[in-house]
Design a protein around this ligand. Structure first.
Ligand code: FAD
Ligand code: 2HG
Ligand code: ZN
Length: 451
């Protein structure tokens, strides 16, 4: 029996771009960590806005749900077809308009990778405010849909702060477009802001108007070691108040550093081990070294490694950025991504290790993250695949300390069961009302975000 939906999808995008063979769809069916795996009814690869609208229309008509997918680097199981959905891959929408230097903005297709955007704007002497380790694959559409945070949030904010306009396809195939990028534009609801963090549940983002920031070529990276978390957090407070050029302040621990060095065959940064490390980057138009050196003098750092040239800076960054791949090499971890109020961070680090020892003594817990944002990544390797005790104890601890159960990766399918820890039933009911208004048939990523 001919599959009417597949025929309609082929008519919309051409046979070559409708993949149904398992060998062809496998890369789209499993998430980056290997923890979330499904089987798509089909993977559809439209080329442009019109084709996206036609695909959404065909799926709606057939009553089949759609999972929008960008670079498939999401870490909460939101980008893969866990219930036989059609995967709508946006990767071919990878066009970039010329940079608008006067407005300091650029318009990009949703499938543009972050690395391609960075290269494009760099040539105009500008930069993009969000950076993250998955830059070669993550797309700007996926980054907006998850409201990605990343490594420079303390200076430029999350993705929502960069998005000044959006084009998207609604669940009935309607196109909304507001890409003018006017700096002042109080003409009603902020639809771009609403779609940021909506995780593919409200509309399919096809293009974005993005704010750009100055490109600072004078950069210094310092790796500082500390005797404990308190000393490292005190250092972050000093650096934030004294260094306007501060762009990153990243925290990790000795067990994570040892794992990274081991897995990647890297030389250790210091002659001896320390409990806690802080990686700091400053960027400016003039050499930030003198100001950074003066600030470091005020800190209780045990040891310091400083790098100004590009390759050495990258070497220091590797110790922090490679945590995700080094941990994944131990097998798919339980990944949690939480924010704590600054005042509770130190206590959380002690308590989370304690509760994990109780519920999952066989697990290895790695903590690292974006110190200035109060954002810690809690990764547990070696936990039983089906158990939810780890998530349960950690997320309840986070909520009891006034924190957020998702700092930057989103809710996806992975954290859906715990949304009530942070959002009241009135808020969740309002989420459902918004979802119904935009997607009455429930075809856009129906298994994500909402409980
Ligand atoms: P996908 O994974 O394809 O999709 C993510 C979600 O967005 C899904 O729910 C999907 O349905 C939806 N979506 C995708 N495209 C669209 C679209 N066009 N329209 C509507 N919905 C869409 N995240 C951070 O926040 N900070 C970090 O520092 C960070 N570092 C990372 C480092 C590594 C090594 C890895 C693997 C991941 C990291 N991430 C980080 C997570 C991930 O890169 C981000 O969540 C990123 O924003 C996902 O982009 P993507 O294009 O891969 O989206
Ligand atoms: C990072 O900050 C990313 O490196 C990934 O957000 C975090 O692997 C993780 O848990
Ligand atoms: Zn992160």
């Amino acid at each position: 029996v001919p599959d009417r939906l597949i025929q309609a999808l082929e008519a919309a995008v051409g046979e070559r771009h409708v993949l149904t063979d398992a060998a062809m769809t496998s890369g789209y069916d499993v998430d980056w960590t290997g923890r979330f795996r499904g089987r798509s009814r089909a993977v559809v690869r439209p080329r442009d806005l019109e084709q996206v609208a036609a695909v959404v229309g065909a799926c709606r008509e057939a009553g089949v749900a759609v999972v929008p997918q960008g670079g498939n680097t999401g870490l909460v199981g939101g980008s893969v077809p866990l219930a036989g959905e059609v995967v709508l891959s946006l990767r071919r929408l990878d066009w970039l308009d010329p940079v608008d230097a006067l407005a300091c903005q650029v318009t990009a297709g949703a499938g543009t990778s972050l690395a391609a955007l960075q290269r494009h704007v760099d040539a105009s002497g500008l930069a993009f405010g969000v950076d993250l380790g998955a830059r070669d694959s993550a797309t700007v559409g996926g980054m907006a849909a998850t409201n990605a945070g990343g490594l420079r949030l303390l200076r430029y904010g999350a993705m929502r702060a960069q998005v000044v306009g959006v084009e998207a396809v609604l669940s009935d195939g309607t196109v909304i477009r507001h890409l003018g990028g006017l700096t002042k534009d109080n003409t009603g609801y902020d639809l771009a802001g609403l779609l940021c963090g909506s995780e593919g549940t409200l509309a399919v983002i096809t293009a974005l108007r993005l704010r750009l920031v100055p490109r600072y070529d004078e950069r210094v990276v310092a790796l500082l070691s500390f005797s404990g978390v308190r000393a490292a957090l005190d250092a972050v407070a000093v650096l934030r108040t004294t260094l306007a050029a501060l762009e990153a302040a990243e925290l990790f621990f000795e067990d994570g550093l040892a794992l990274v060095c081991d897995q990647l065959g890297l030389r250790r940064p210091f002659a001896r081990a320390y409990p806690v490390y802080l990686l700091v980057e400053c960027a400016d138009r003039v050499d930030p070294m003198p100001l950074l050196a003066a600030a470091v003098e005020q800190l209780a750092a045990e040891d310091v490694a400083v790098a100004a040239d590009g390759p050495r800076r990258a070497e220091l960054w590797r110790y922090r950025e490679a945590h995700t791949e080094a941990i994944n090499a131990l097998g798919p971890p339980v990944k949690l991504d939480v924010t704590l109020p600054g005042a509770a961070l130190e206590a959380f680090v002690g308590e989370v290790r304690e509760v994990l020892r109780t519920v999952c003594p066989e697990g290895r817990c790695y903590l690292f993250g974006h110190a200035a944002d109060g954002n810690l990544h809690v990764n547990v390797a070696g936990a039983p695949a089906e158990a939810t005790e780890v998530e349960d104890v950690v997320l309840n601890l986070v909520a009891s300390m006034g924190g957020s159960i998702s700092a930057e990766h989103g809710i996806g399918t992975a954290k859906r069961g715990w949304l009530h820890l942070n959002r009241s039933k009135e808020e969740i009911a309002l989420f459902a009302t918004i979802k119904r208004a935009l997607d009455p048939d429930g075809i856009l990523n129906p298994n994500v975000l909402l409980p």
